[in-house]
Design a protein around this ligand. Structure first.
Ligand code: NDP
Length: 344
């Protein structure tokens, strides 16, 4: 039941949140299957206080669905290219349904072969990577996922956009505990954060971007018109380049440059490929005959990190999820009103 929160927010149950997101998407003509898969990912992010990929993405789905190539009725099917390589063509719908359909054969192949690859092609991508990585970890497997975006990011030492904000995520399963999961963009700052700071009139931290002339800038508007920078200088730049290659040419799909050209000013979610790899740590460890206890070694590593006072990535989200279970999910009132106002 909806409860009224403070002036700035209101609290919804998980079911209400899902109904809101699914209802919005189907009301705009998205097939029920696609709407369910996308809404699930956005609602998980909202629940886990990962708002950048939560319900605030809903209004933008209208621009994506207006792209001339977008397919509201996309019905992706998984195909086995080899026993270890699965391909799903998202058929120019949102990538969430294609990923959902590729996961069961991916995990089955990883369990029998030790490692398997899922190539998702031609999907409009609007979600975070961690929800799927958590699903892989829940099956006792490790997961790795990455994708290009649009060429907003200059290479280290460069002066204009070539690379995407290219997110990368990884998960490792843990018995009886939430999995180890990290998931972040390879740009120094998130594009949404830069846009937000422009709105608020706040400067950017140094090292986030360049102006149109390729000069370092802390002005959000100048950086949005110029180029973002990768995190970690040449290291982030190389990582982003690897993501371009593995989730682009390797799976016969678009680079961030090609994805931006495909968008052609429509301001849709980037349309490209996604690479997901699943590994079976038990099978590979056992087959190597080294006799190392993979689980014990991994737990020792995590404990040593935590003993230093650090937290594991994913811990913040799981704390938010536990709060949502008892307190419900708080959503910004202006966002809620905007979603309702955009209902046809
Ligand atoms: P952040 O820089 O916020 O980093 C997020 C990751 O780092 C999370 O795994 C987070 O865990 C972990 N983390 C943050 N602080 C700490 C800490 N102090 N100690 C340990 N771990 C920490 O992420 P970004 O802004 O770069 O990306 C946010 C999201 O945006 C991602 O989910 C990404 O997939 C998504 N994205 C998606 C794109 C797309 O193409 N669809 C493009 C770009 C980004 P925790 O969650 O527990 O805080």
């Amino acid at each position: 039941m909806t409860t009224i929160g403070d002036g700035a927010s209101l609290t919804l149950s998980w079911r209400e949140l899902l109904e809101l997101a699914e209802g919005f998407l189907t009301a705009h003509g998205l097939s029920p299957e696609q709407a369910r898969a996308l809404a699930l990912s956005l609602c998980r992010a909202e629940r886990d206080d990962s708002r950048s990929h939560g319900l605030q993405r809903l209004p933008g789905t209208l621009e994506t669905m207006a792209h001339p190539a977008f397919n509201r009725k996309a019905d992706p099917r998984a195909e086995m290219l080899t026993p270890a390589i699965i391909r799903v063509d998202a058929d120019y719908g949102f990538s969430s349904l294609a990923v959902e359909r590729g996961l069961p054969p991916l995990m089955e192949a990883a369990r029998s072969l030790g490692i398997a690859v899922l190539a998702v092609n031609n999907g409009f991508h609007a979600t975070a990577l961690w929800p799927v990585l958590e699903e892989i970890a829940a099956q006792g497997l490790a997961g790795l996922s990455m994708n290009p975006t649009h060429d907003w990011v200059a290479p280290a030492g460069g002066s204009g956009g070539v690379l995407g904000t290219n997110p990368i995520g990884f998960s490792w399963p843990r018995r009886g505990r939430p999995p180890y999961v990290f998931d972040f963009a390879t740009s120094a700052g998130a594009r949404a954060e830069i846009a937000l700071r422009r709105q608020q009139g706040r400067a950017l931290p140094p090292g986030w971007g360049l102006d149109r002339e390729g000069r370092p800038s802390t002005d959000p508007a100048a950086v949005l018109a110029g180029a973002m920078l990768p995190f970690g200088g040449h290291k982030g730049s190389a990582l982003a380049t690897m993501i371009e290659l593995l989730a682009g040419p390797f799976i016969a799909d678009r680079t961030s440059r090609q994805s931006a050209l495909f968008d052609d000013g429509a301001r849709a979610a980037p349309c490209h490929g996604e690479l997901i790899v699943a590994f079976d740590p038990v099978l590979v460890g056992a087959a190597s005959g080294q006799g190392n206890d993979a689980e014990a070694a991994a737990e020792d590593l995590f404990a040593r990190i935590e003993q230093q006072g650090g937290r594991l990535p994913g811990a913040r989200r799981h704390a938010a999820r536990a709060r949502a279970k008892t307190e419900g999910i708080s959503i910004s009132r202006p966002l809620h009103e905007k979603i309702l106002a955009l209902m046809p």
